[in-house]
Design a protein around this ligand. Sequence first.
Ligand code: LHQ
Length: 259
Amino acid sequence: MTVLVEKHAGYRQIILNRPDRLNALNVEMHAALMAALAEAEADPGCRALLLTGAGRGFCAGQDLGDVAVREDGPPNIKALLERYNGLVRKLCSLAMPVVCAVNGVAAGAGANLALACDIVLAAKSASFIQAFSRIGLIPDFGGTWFLPRLVGMARARALAILAEPLPAERAAEWGLIWRAVDDDKLMEEAHVLTARLAKQATIGIALTKRALDAAETNTLDAQLDLERDLQDEAGRTPDYAEGVRAFLEKRAANFTGRR
Ligand code: LHQ
């Protein structure tokens, strides 16, 4: 099994599971990951996801053994990426929060897979490597889109061109990720965070994601209109009514995540 799924109360943990290859991505793992996301999406009881890797790495990007240049010509990278791009699109558009616990090195597409998640925690010993330039490629899996937006163009360029490992603590300082965590606390913190998210107002979070994504390209005018419309949608959810009631009654809200 290249991907393992563990069910917890309100959320699922998805584990990349090719530890002897540092969880490098191949076609089989991609399909398993897509299936795990589709199953999570179809389960009304699943209100958050936690993505991590088995063993000492998070994900070393594309399995280079599978795309080696052979005598009969170059590999069909275009077709492969056409397929893989669906994963980034799916992760970014999921109507629930996705936490990524980067347990070890995240290289190439593996680094950008983490950046496609909503909240990224990383073990202090982990690092992020835009390894692509080492093999003559460009950052893919959304790397050229995520990097400049997260850390600014100067840092994005150096990360992409130099392919030096960025340690987790510096990644957090630079705003590439949310937090760097002591190695032995990573999974505990990731589970606590994901369990907490699974009890929040899920539709409100999904709409927040949509608003922030749209802000990347919208004018202020367009964004204000979008906020009006999405807030109207959020305001019609039972979770909004419950949130206000709970506030007024000075108690914790009991959100259902339902429409
Ligand atoms: C691997 C891999 C790996 C296979 C470690 N593949 N075996 C590209 C092309 C086409 C279409 C789609 O998109 C892409 C996008 C990409 O992702 S391109 C970038 C691909 N990734 C890389 O270039 C990173 C390659 N890996 C590394 O540079 C190192 O392994 C890192 C820096 C990640 C970790 O280094 P170490 O901690 O020293 O571990 P290691 O190198 O000894 O790796 C452990 C094993 O995992 C080793 O196998 P072995 O049999 O010797 O124990 C590696 O060969 C294997 N492995 N990454 N991507």
